[in-house]
Design a protein around this ligand. Structure first.
Ligand code: HEC
Ligand code: HEC
Length: 344
């Protein structure tokens, strides 16, 4: 709704601004960015082969805003328990954590293209929307602390021209940082760019991943290795435990039982546990689940049913290890060491 309104109003604003420029042209030089005169424009570099990223018109990227989002990400001021976002989302692990208990932490990678969030996809909308959820519901941020801080009022005033910080402003700044967390320099990407070569095992694994044999690309679609979709991949046959109910938990529609949002496989080898409840601890175990453990229930995604009406992959142990070798090529060490993403 908001976006449409902005789009409709925009041409009018442009006409008005242009008219004003023409009128004042002899008096003052007309600056295109009159709206944010003191901000440094940031041009988001979209890697080759990646689609365009949609950015809300009221939160265009600027250097100062990204820096503010980054500072907030690493600052425990947002929580009331000494934690910052980075306490669970660690850069060197692709913004996840190696914890042996609780729900596995989702990575912050290429999130600027997503509109469904969390394992079960229950948060939907823009990055600004999910950040508002994180700030208001998850952390319950005490905004008064930010307004009383020695630096944040100035930083928000510079970045957004406001003198009273609200949760939505914190969400906007955080969203700015998330949009620059782009991973596109794994071995897989280098092979695509002819800068590296797969080993034979990696190549065989890539072929299984792409072909009907593995059918992984139906959901883990390059370049994100995700599809922003919800699927029941046959992990369970009993959905009485709310933790395994997936999007049903949000929608109440039994068609959604066991449906989870496809997680990205980028940096997947850095994770210690896999799936929404962390039930597997190695990539080989995950592949073996697809290989022999798929539960055929009425809720199983039809994509999981092969043309010969089987659901298991029947890969040999060698093929399982080749598929795992391919998945390990999705690790992006440039991303996990990028100094622009670390604690400022
Ligand atoms: C205590 C650990 C912890 C902290 C601290 C934490 N997170 Fe998370 N985060 C998680 C877990 C666990 C998940 C998966 C939750 C789920 O699916 O229900 C997650 C998921 C997310 C997601 C969804 C990712 C996706 O792919 O859908 C976003 C966005 C996110 N966190 C942002 C933040 C931000 C922003 C902060 C700081 C304001 C933060 N997190 C702090 C543990 C944490
Ligand atoms: C029908 C869509 C679909 C297909 C096909 C599919 N996946 Fe998945 N994959 C998912 C979903 C959804 C999840 C999360 C399930 C959950 O947590 O309950 C997932 C999870 C994973 C994970 C764990 C990621 C993590 O961060 O925990 C790996 C690894 C994985 N898939 C690899 C593969 C491979 C390899 C193939 C091909 C053999 C494949 N997937 C085929 C949808 C799919």
């Amino acid at each position: 709704m908001k976006n449409t309104e902005t789009k409709i109003k925009r041409p009018l604003v442009v006409v008005a601004v242009l008219t004003l420029c023409v009128l004042l042209v002899s008096a003052v030089s007309c600056n295109k960015s009159t709206e944010e005169p003191s901000l440094t424009p940031y041009s988001l570099v979209i890697p080759d082969g990646f689609p365009k990223m949609k950015i809300p018109t009221d939160n265009e990227p600027y250097v100062e805003r990204i820096a503010l989002g980054r500072k907030l990400y690493y600052d425990a001021i947002l929580s009331n328990n000494g934690m910052s976002c980075s306490s669970c989302h660690l850069q060197n692990l692709g913004f996840t954590i190696n914890s042996s208990s609780g729900m596995p932490v989702l990575p912050h990678i290429n999130m600027g293209w997503k509109d469904k969030f969390m394992w079960d996809g229950r948060e939907q909308g823009t990055l600004e929307d999910v950040m508002l959820f994180e700030v208001e519901q998850f952390f319950g941020t005490d905004i008064a602390k930010l307004n009383a801080h020695s630096q944040y009022p100035t930083l928000f005033s510079q970045a957004y021209g406001i003198d009273n910080i609200k949760s939505k402003d914190v969400a906007k700044a955080l969203a700015q940082f998330f949009r620059v967390l782009i991973s596109s320099d794994s071995k897989f990407d280098k092979v695509q760019r002819n800068e590296a070569q797969f080993t034979n095992d990696e190549l065989q694994g890539f072929m299984i991943f792409n072909s009907e044999k593995g059918s992984c690309t139906h959901c883990h679609v390059p370049p994100f290795f995700a599809d922003n979709g919800l699927h029941n991949i046959g992990l369970d046959s009993d959905f009485s435990d709310p933790a395994n109910q997936g999007y049903f938990h949000e929608s109440g529609d039994s068609a959604h039982l066991g449906q989870m949002r496809t997680p990205t496989l980028r940096n997947v080898s850095l994770r210690a546990r896999y799936m929404h409840d962390g039930r597997f601890s190695s990539l080989e175990d995950v592949i073996n689940q697809y290989n022999t453990g798929v539960q055929r229930t009425p809720y199983l995604d039809p994509i999981m049913i092969k043309s010969n009406n089987t659901v298991n992959l029947n890969l040999t142990p060698l093929e399982v290890s080749q598929l795992a070798a391919f998945l390990r090529t999705l690790t992006d060490s440039t991303f996990i060491k990028n100094p622009n993403f670390s604690k400022p």
